[in-house]
Write a protein that binds this ligand. Sequence first.
Ligand code: AHG
Ligand code: MN
Ligand code: MN
Length: 337
Amino acid sequence: MANKIITLDEFIIKRQNDFSYATGELTALLRDIGVAAKIVNREVNRAGLVNILGIHGSENASGEDVQKLDMYANDKLIECLSNSGECCGVASEENEDYVEIPPIASENGKYVVLFDPLDGSSNIDVNVSVGTIFSIYRRVSDESGPCELEDFLQKGVEQVAAGYVIYGTSTILVYTTGNGVNGFTLDPSIGEFCLSHRNIQIPKTGQYYSINQGYYSKFDLEMRRYVDNCSDMNLRLRYIGTMVADIHRILFQGGIFLYPSTRKYPDGKLRLLYECNPMSFIMEQAGGKSIDTQLQRIMEIKPTELHQRASIVIGSPQMVDEMKAFVQKYSASNVLG
Ligand code: AHG
Ligand code: MN
Ligand code: MN
């Protein structure tokens, strides 16, 4: 007999008891995100057909070019998250400040959602995988009023759920609520995400390293030595330039992804709240590790601003430990001369 198909909505409802707060709250939020993902997926698929490509004419909060699809995905996520009444505010890579979501039936939502609506946007025009990343926290401010900045500036360890969608050869949504990681593949014929990857576990070690080696000369000395070591060990270099896609490969096949500090981005390029924390929560839940190049656990960094950047080293536990030991050893031998 064929295996029974389990849709994302069915799975979320089945697993809602795993969640320590009131039944149904997170369920509604995850479903809102699932709906937004389907809408964005449709637009990503049609991107070559409709006149939606190209620069949108504004810059995002971090000063980079914004493409039309980034704004489309941003708007759809905000729209969908306003549906269930569980979300009182969102913060996005594409908005300078956080956005309050008005209460439904004068009840304020208890959660805030942070996201990178479209990750890897430079790859849209050339038909290469892009993604969406999201991170959910329970608000810490008084529930009788609107959300506040402190609700968004929580450490990654406080996340109640996180996930990503990869719009690749197929569209897959991967998420965690702190009880393991599961993946769902979108079946376009029925328009549903179906459970396809149950309890994802990253291999303890792997053959791949993923870093923009074009910046080699702009890395710190120990990072250059580490990259030399990867090459000496005959590891295979893969770099798509979409964080979601590069980490997705590593999650399934094992390996290490690094975005260290460079001369242009002394604190790293990737954003702590929209990219590093959610991907770290998923990675740790799948048995992996995630630290910055100061060797601090990413999810323990206390954020001070919404668009804060962080360096990141994430992937198979053994490989992250080896990178850490390598840097410690190399820095110590430098001190000793
Ligand atoms: P975004 O499209 O959301 O701005 O993110 C792009 C990020 C990330 O996905 C990727 O890992 C990185 O930028 C690539 O940067 P480089 O081109 O500097 O390697
Ligand atoms: Mn991104
Ligand atoms: Mn983006």
